[in-house]
Design a protein around this ligand. Structure first.
Ligand code: ADP
Ligand code: ASP
Ligand code: MG
Length: 439
């Protein structure tokens, strides 16, 4: 059994959604099809939610009305027959009356998350009826019946598997099972989600839960590229990546994969294949435990990083100092990405700055603090790249005009991380592309 996930752009237009049905039909064997919301929908739902949180119901109603028009046109083109168009209109009408109901009530964080979940619920329902109209046998598996996270927002893989296996077993002879990406329940049984871009993570969690043969992520580009195509003009797809490489790239900003996607797949050695819905002949990228070593494969960049330098109030970094520093981050459940130390100071980067004020206050007891915001981590990834003797020269020769705030090398044999102020990001990625990849 395999898992096939289609992202927002892959289902964002009626003709694309029809193409997804064709692709699913021509893929042999039993599969779970994970769908995202139509492209742009989650962004719009976020805007509607923000307006309601900010007590701007008029703005929210305007956004709801224009999104409804978009969906009405969508179902008009998706379905062929009058009877299925009527079903499509009923579906759209039902979701939009829920939006208006949510907007009219006391809008809190819980209603916000319920609102965000509707994008994937509506896309899967529309797709399922499209299959029905084409007389293709399929079933809808509601993600809210099996996908869950615990009180630390971590997916409960064992429970997901225990709930999912029997659901699938009862549908022994149905080859196409359709489910929602991104959405789940939390430890209070409320509707929640796996964070933006989370449909990839859904696919790999399902893959791990059913020990799938392969997880396929279908998107709008022909696989993982060597550099960020949104910033650099000439980038090329990479045919093969190891789990470690793909994991570093996803975590450090390669938007094609949610940061946690690789973790469940790697745990069970399930290959992840990245494919292009717009060009199914393109080879894409195969991520597995195999792959060449000792070369730089790709670079990625992660923005909105905060760097904190703590200068010990004692003369040297006496023993116990780092433990106290780390203790502060642990207390506020804030993961550290990069770290570099000198005789009397330590620099640390964090991505989640929600508790920055409290962290800063507690760190002041240990020494003097400097904080730099709007930093970007540039991640240079390749399995065993540290074994390449000239690797640092290669990277730093590429960056003669970039102001580097921090460097991390040797923590992992598969990555070099460089912290730069965000205004230097584009230049750094472009220079690395020319010098390291010769593109
Ligand atoms: P989906 O809606 O299918 O989940 P996303 O927009 O989340 O698609 O991810 C695909 C996009 O990721 C691409 O269109 C591309 O702009 C961006 N991207 C960023 N870095 C990379 C990279 N290294 N390789 C490929 N795509 C990348
Ligand atoms: N629809 C969600 C988002 O836009 C999840 C996803 O597309 O992966 O973030
Ligand atoms: Mg995505």
């Amino acid at each position: 059994m395999i898992v096939v996930k289609f992202g927002g752009t892959s289902v964002g237009k009626p003709e694309r959604m029809k193409k997804v049905a064709d692709l699913v039909l021509t893929t042999p064997g039993k599969k779970i099809v994970v769908l995202s919301a139509l492209s742009g929908t989650t962004n719009t739902l976020v805007r509607i939610g923000d307006h309601l949180m900010n007590h701007q119901p008029g703005e929210a109603s305007r956004e709801i009305a224009s999104l409804e028009k978009h969906y009405q046109a969508f179902v008009g083109d998706l379905y062929q027959s009058a009877s299925y168009r009527a079903i499509g209109e009923e579906i759209v009408g039902r979701y939009f009356s829920l939006f208006r109901l949510l907007a009219a009530g006391r809008f809190d964080d819980r209603s916000y998350r319920e609102l965000l979940a509707q994008g994937e619920l509506i896309s899967t329902e529309l797709f399922y009826h499209h299959l029905q109209e084409r007389k293709i046998t399929a079933r809808l598996l509601p993600a809210l019946h099996f996908m869950s996270i615990d009180e630390n927002q971590e997916p409960e893989l064992d429970k997901i598997s225990e709930r999912l296996q029997p659901l699938i077993a009862t549908l022994g002879n149905v080859e196409i099972l359709v489910t929602q990406g991104y959405i789940c329940r939390n430890h209070l049984n409320e509707i929640d989600n796996l964070k933006r871009g989370g449909s990839d993570y859904t696919a790999s969690l399902i893959g791990a839960a059913i020990k799938a043969d392969e997880i396929q992520i279908w998107t709008d580009i022909d696989g993982m590229h060597n550099n960020d195509p949104r910033v650099v003009k000439k980038t090329v797809p990479i045919a093969e990546l190891t789990f470690d490489e793909a994991s570093e790239l996803a975590y450090f900003g390669a938007k094609i994969l949610h940061p946690s996607t690789i973790v469940p797949a790697q745990k069970f050695g399930i290959p992840v294949r990245l494919k292009n819905t717009m060009d199914e002949q393109a080879a894409g990228t195969l991520i597995s435990d195999k792959g060449s070593r000792g070369q730089i494969k790709a670079v990625a960049a992660k923005d909105n990083i905060t760097a904190i330098r703590i200068k010990s109030s004692r003369m040297l970094l006496a023993y116990g100092f780092l433990r106290q520093v780390f203790g502060v981050f642990e207390k506020y459940r804030t993961p550290i990405d990069m770290i570099s130390t000198s005789e009397v100071a330590v620099s640390i980067t964090i991505d989640d700055a929600r508790h920055l004020e409290e962290i800063e206050r507690e760190l002041r007891a240990l020494g003097s603090i400097e904080i730099d915001q709007q930093q970007t981590i540039i991640c240079i990834a390749g399995q065993g790249l540290a074994e390449k003797p000239d690797v640092l020269k290669l990277v730093f020769d590429a960056l003669p005009t970039v102001s580097v705030r921090m460097v991390s090398f040797g923590g992992s044999p598969n990555n070099i991380s460089i912290l730069v102020p965000t205004p230097f990001k584009d230049q750094a990625l472009q220079q690395l592309n020319r010098t390291v990849f010769g593109l």
